[in-house]
Design a protein around this ligand. Structure first.
Ligand SMILES: [Fe+2]
Length: 361
């Protein structure tokens, strides 16, 4: 091996090392859940989380691919977590329990809002926040979805990410109705609500999105002026949606029904993920994914993901347009016959029949 003039030799370990995000996650000292899916978010074992002041676990599924992450945190009965603020975006979905959150900007007035199982809200970027369990006899368990992998690896300086005091007044400046206003609805622009608090995603009003197939209904949420966004989709029993693909980091959480999803990279074998309420998975970057309802009630999921239409970051995929004309969706007529056959077999195991004939003509 030749040596260049002035060359400094450094150990290979300084080059081939974990990302700053992965190193930070390891240093937090709580369990890290990997793989493609989680069967039940309510059953995930947690560990003491000193920085948060409760119990928790990181969720780093394969499909996140350095874009978003998720974590679970539990607040003991009658207790609260430590005050925090951070330079990554965060949406919070309450898995169980009831409580309140106090929010304030550095040096600003505090306001508190209440939430319960099924609530969804976003912490304004870098705003101080503290979560309280509102019951003395029950745990609170919530799921946080963030873009920490992007932000932490970009700056790779946790003092900056967790301790910088800049106030994003353009995102939040103490508006008294920030968490109580229903927000603004854009019906002509893909069924988008701009809001900061959804009382219960399980009962939110949904709207037709016929392009995705099977009489499905949907709503999108853009919270706290983030680049991340959320949506809820529901589709009837005995049906399945069309397959489509997009970028990484869409955290899909089942909030109603039972069924399965197929996920696959183009031209490769398909992976089957069985799900029920509380299951979660993240389709990897550009993998096709298709959701099947094999239960006796409508299936519904919440997605916490990249892809705000208001604050665009990265590529916008054509998720409801035919791949044969340059889009990212496989129409029913273009799908492999095995898809329908498999669905029929899975329904038969439960004594149920497909209701897809009306959509496949
Ligand atoms: Fe998707």
């Amino acid at each position: 091996m030749t040596t260049e003039p002035g060359e400094k030799r450094r150990p290979e370990s300084e080059i081939d090392r974990p990302s700053a995000y992965d190193a930070w996650v390891q240093s937090e000292g709580v369990p890290v859940i990997k793989g493609y899916y989680i069967d039940d978010l309510n059953g995930v074992a947690l560990g003491p989380w000193k920085r948060k002041g409760g119990n928790g676990a990181f969720i780093n599924l394969v499909g996140s691919e350095g874009s978003t992450d998720a974590y679970i945190c539990e607040i003991p009965p009658g207790k609260n977590l430590e005050p925090q603020h951070h330079l990554y975006e965060e949406m919070i979905y309450i898995l169980s329990g009831r409580g309140a959150t106090t929010i304030w900007n550095e040096g600003g007035t505090r306001q508190t809002f209440e939430w319960q199982e099924g609530s969804l809200f976003a912490i304004p970027i870098n705003a101080w926040h503290q979560h309280f369990n509102g019951q003395g006899d029950k745990l609170v368990r919530y799921l946080g979805a963030t873009n920490a992998p992007l932000v932490v690896s970009l700056f790779h300086n946790m003092d900056f990410v967790l301790k910088d005091s800049f106030v994003f007044k353009d995102r939040y400046s103490g508006e008294h109705d920030y968490f109580t206003s229903p927000g603004d609805f854009f019906s002509s622009r893909d069924r988008i609500w701009e809001t900061n608090f959804v009382p219960d995603v399980r009962t939110a009003k949904l709207y037709d999105w016929k392009e995705r197939g099977a009489s499905g209904v949907n709503i999108r949420y853009e919270l706290a002026d983030n680049t991340m966004a959320a949506h809820i989709s529901q589709f009837p029993e005995g049906t399945y949606k069309k397959a489509h693909r997009h970028g990484p980091g869409a955290n899909v959480i089942i909030i109603s029904g039972t069924g399965y999803s197929l996920i696959w990279p183009e031209g490769q074998p398909k992976m089957k993920i069985d799900w029920k309420v509380g299951s979660m998975f993240v389709p990897p970057d550009r993998w096709f994914h298709q959701h099947f309802n094999t239960g006796r009630e409508p299936a519904k999921y919440l997605a916490l993901r990249m892809g705000s239409r208001k604050n665009i970051l990265g590529k916008i995929f054509r998720i409801d347009e035919d791949v044969r004309s340059g889009g990212d969706q496989i129409e029913y007529k273009g799908q492999e016959p095995e898809i329908e056959k498999m669905f029929g077999k899975e329904l038969a195991k439960k004594g149920l029949k497909s209701r897809m004939a009306q959509f496949l003509v």
